[in-house]
Design a protein around this ligand. Structure first.
Ligand SMILES: [Zn+2]
Length: 304
């Protein structure tokens, strides 16, 4: 994604309430208890899911009739777009399918529980108009956002598909790590704004967020990693420093050093520390304060 300006405002309007998170944990326990039964019923469930997806698509297509939208299914999502029908279909079967497959293979065992719509608007004008008309939203970002309440990813696909791979991470993270802190949710999402496939795995490459982070590092306006990792959602989204870039390049460091998957597993398992600090120290084999200078030097040495 190559946006016209460096953006430090939030990309996602995201809220997962503790009540919902608890509900999901209870649901997971029930699923685990009935695992054997569900395994036997898997083909039936897949067929039911496919029918529900098609019914959702048909209903949405009917609702949008005559307004210039194409509506297609790309499991587990329904894709809606105002580009040409050919373009909408190729985005769904191409980039979207590729990203879903790699995210599910590398990262996430569970798909989002409910059907989620992926709205792809051709430019910022139709994106803002559509966000208002269909969801009553005035987006804070020109790129896109995930609305858990509307079960929709709403985005301007004009600047590039990086917004789509970013936003896709959020519903998967919500389903698999319900009490994920904002820094890790946005760090991983931002990592995949410039995705590549390497040895069958999804890899995030150095992107447009680097220069601003380097600038803030040199100006010594960044807090410590420990402080950034301890932010609440409000603190993270309202930060005066570039919290997105800081979280992103911590995730990229771990990825580039072969430790991101291990960290994710340790983080999810560590219910006592939802900042991720103890999991990170365990994976790095050193204290955060000791690691931080190496991370800062690594960021300053990166080139786009
Ligand atoms: Zn995001």
């Amino acid at each position: 994604m190559e946006p016209p300006t460096v953006m430090t405002r939030r990309v996602t309007q995201h809220s997962v309430t503790p009540r919902l998170a608890l509900g999901r944990r209870l649901a997971l326990t029930a699923l685990a208890a009935g695992a054997a039964l569900l395994t036997l019923a898997a083909p039936v469930r897949a067929e039911t899911a496919a029918k529900a997806l098609e019914a959702h698509r048909a209903a949405l297509e009917k609702r949008l009739q005559g307004q210039g939208f194409t509506v297609v299914t790309e499991g587990p999502f329904v894709v809606v777009g105002d580009e040409s029908p050919t373009r909408v279909r190729s985005r769904a079967t191409g980039f979207l399918r590729w990203t879903i497959d790699l995210l599910e293979k590398d990262w996430f065992d569970k798909q989002p529980e409910k059907i989620i719509e992926v709205w792809l608007f051709k430019n910022e004008r139709t994106y803002r108009k559509g966000a208002k008309k269909f969801f009553g939203d005035d987006p804070e970002t020109p790129f896109g956002y995930y609305s858990p309440d509307d079960r929709a990813l709403v985005m301007n696909i004009g600047p590039g598909a990086g917004t789509l791979s970013h936003e896709l991470v959020h519903p998967y993270m919500e389903a698999n790590f319900p009490d994920v802190p904002a820094w890790f949710n946005e760090g991983v999402a931002s990592l995949y704004e410039q995705p590549r496939e390497r040895d069958g795995k999804l890899v995030g490459t150095t992107n447009w967020r680097l220069p601003n982070l380097q600038k803030q590092l040199r100006a010594r306006t960044l807090p410590s990693l420990a402080t950034m990792m301890s932010t609440s959602s409000d603190e993270f989204y309202g930060a005066e420093y570039d919290s997105y870039a800081m979280a992103r390049f911590l995730c990229q460091y771990l990825q580039d050093h072969g430790k991101l998957a291990e960290f994710y597993r340790a983080f999810v398992a560590d219910e006592k520390d939802r900042t991720g600090k103890s999991a990170l120290e365990a994976v790095l084999g050193k204290e955060l304060a000791e690691f931080e200078p190496a991370w800062r030097a690594w960021v300053l040495g990166l080139r786009r």
